[in-house]
Write a protein that binds this ligand. Structure first.
Ligand SMILES: Nc1ncnc2c1ncn2[C@@H]1O[C@H](COP(=O)(O)OP(=O)(O)OP(=O)(O)O)[C@@H](O)[C@H]1O
Length: 452
């Protein structure tokens, strides 16, 4: 008898150890074979209770039949007096079978009458706690349906690298929590705001962009309002670098003139943007990286007012018109609040790409993520300091995602800048049309080029 018990205990211990080792060494197969079926049963089995607890049920009149009148029936406490009678019962939304995903599961629900997806977004945290999962995200692929996507653990604690993108002006900078690549594609979303507290991972993201764009036929321009400490090491791959406000103002004037020149070029060729020009004529795209955006707007005394107004207007013009003429902005800053003036608010409206790292104040999160789902703001404020590089990212599709950039050290970015320094176009060459300024000259050059 004792031997049997010992054998049973040993077998149990070996099984637990085996399961632990399986989970530890090959989590994906463990999840699909053992974890997911158990989880699917639990989710289906507990849905009525969970929906009731999270306020997602509706009272509906139903005919109710029971053999034991007086017994407690239905989900609520409904006393049935007769065997067959009409009573109000709590109805749960119809749930399909949960399907496994890379980091958890997802399930489609049919909304009950009067419900909207926002009701589920507001209950997302309660749902996550009820099912003991890391997070539940809500999306609505079509009217009347919501999809709950649950992640068992934070998938961004450790992320694997992905191959770089081959497409022009597109850089894979990290991974989304769905496991998909986090892409910054300037041709789809031309201007970006990248906000975050100190040590949240903003510069790391800028490094990732430098490494991704360095091998591409693109001119890179740096505005480093930290006195040049961030971007000077990347100077070999930068066509121009401004480190003071005065230099920034001059460089912005150049960019506005360049834009006007490209406008003339497109007008002459009957094109709406530089991408409609033939490849031989098309000017090189320019990506402008700005570090510490707030410094451009901070006023120590009234004497700076005019300079700030000039800089702010020029930057806004670049943001408004740059897209068609191949000039793209990537603005980083710790604070992008409305207290910096109306220039920042107007610039923000032009930047449809938003990235919000960990922030200290709710206003920066609100300013950066704007009118996105309130859950995005909650998520941005919940980013822990132990995971630098994690950010809330809003792209072209209007959806928001949690994402984490790949770690790209300053050394890696410096190395890329040196390695591809021969691809750096001289600023004088890029702006050569500007300095000729004569429209006739541009027309002449264009006709010659088109003929060629
Ligand atoms: N994606 C990431 N994965 C791992 N570590 C990261 C990641 N991003 C940043 N870090 C680390 O976090 C630290 C801070 O990063 P970073 O310098 O990019 O922050 P920052 O927001 O630019 O800070 P500051 O405003 O002070 O310059 C660095 O030591 C960096 O190595």
């Amino acid at each position: 008898m004792r031997d049997d018990l010992l054998t049973l205990l040993t077998a149990l211990a070996a099984m637990v150890l085996g399961l632990w080792a399986w989970r530890r060494w090959h989590y994906r197969s463990f999840w699909l074979v053992a974890g997911y079926p158990l989880m699917a049963l639990t989710v289906r089995g507990t849905w009525r209770k969970v929906a009731l607890g999270c306020g997602l049920t509706k009272k509906r009149q139903r005919w109710w039949f029971t053999l034991t009148p007086g017994a407690v029936a239905s989900t609520g406490l409904v006393k049935v007096r007769r065997r067959f009678q009409r009573i109000a019962v709590d109805t749960k939304p119809w749930m399909w079978l949960p399907l496994p995903t890379r980091h958890g599961w997802r399930v489609t629900l049919h909304l009950l009458e009067g419900q909207i997806p926002d009701d589920y977004s507001q209950a997302a945290e309660r749902l996550a706690h009820s099912w003991r999962v890391h997070a539940v995200r809500v999306s609505s692929p079509r009217p009347g349906r919501v999809v709950l996507s649950a992640t068992m653990h934070d998938p961004l604690v450790r992320i694997d690298r992905l191959p770089p993108s081959d497409a022009l002006l597109k850089v894979v900078v990290g991974r989304l929590e769905t496991g998909k690549p986090w892409e910054i594609d300037f041709r789809t979303v031309p201007h970006w705001l990248n906000a975050g507290a100190t040590q949240s991972g903003k510069s790391n993201l800028a490094n990732a962009l430098i490494v991704g764009l360095a091998p591409q036929p693109v001119a890179l321009v740096g505005f480093d309002l930290k006195g040049g400490v961030e971007f000077t090491p990347y100077a070999p791959r930068l066509s121009a670098l401004a480190t003071t406000r005065a230099e920034c103002a001059a460089l912005l004037d150049d960019l506005v003139a360049l834009m006007a020149d490209r406008m003339g070029l497109c007008r002459t060729a009957g094109a709406r943007n530089i991408w409609q020009l033939p490849p031989g004529v098309r000017p090189m795209p320019v990506v402008v990286l700005i570090d510490e955006l707030a410094e451009l707007y901070l006023m120590a005394d009234k004497s700076e007012k005019d300079e700030i107004a000039r800089t702010s207007t020029a930057l806004l013009r670049v943001a408004q018109l740059g897209r068609a003429f191949g000039i793209y902005l990537f603005c980083c800053g710790q604070r992008i609040g409305s207290d910096l003036g109306p220039g920042v608010t107007a610039l923000r409206a032009q930047c449809s790409g938003r990235i919000c790292h960990r922030v200290n104040d709710p206003e920066t999160a609100t300013m950066t993520l704007g009118d996105l789902d309130p859950a995005a703001l909650v998520s941005a404020r919940a980013i822990p300091a132990e995971t630098p590089g994690v950010a809330i990212f809003a792209g072209q599709d209007g959806q928001w995602y949690r994402a984490r950039s790949f770690l790209v050290t300053e050394q890696a970015a410096e190395h890329a800048a040196r390695m591809y320094s021969d691809l750096t176009p001289a600023w004088a060459d890029i702006t050569s049309y500007v300095h000729d300024t004569d429209t006739d000259t541009s027309e002449l050059d264009l006709t010659e080029l088109l003929d060629a």
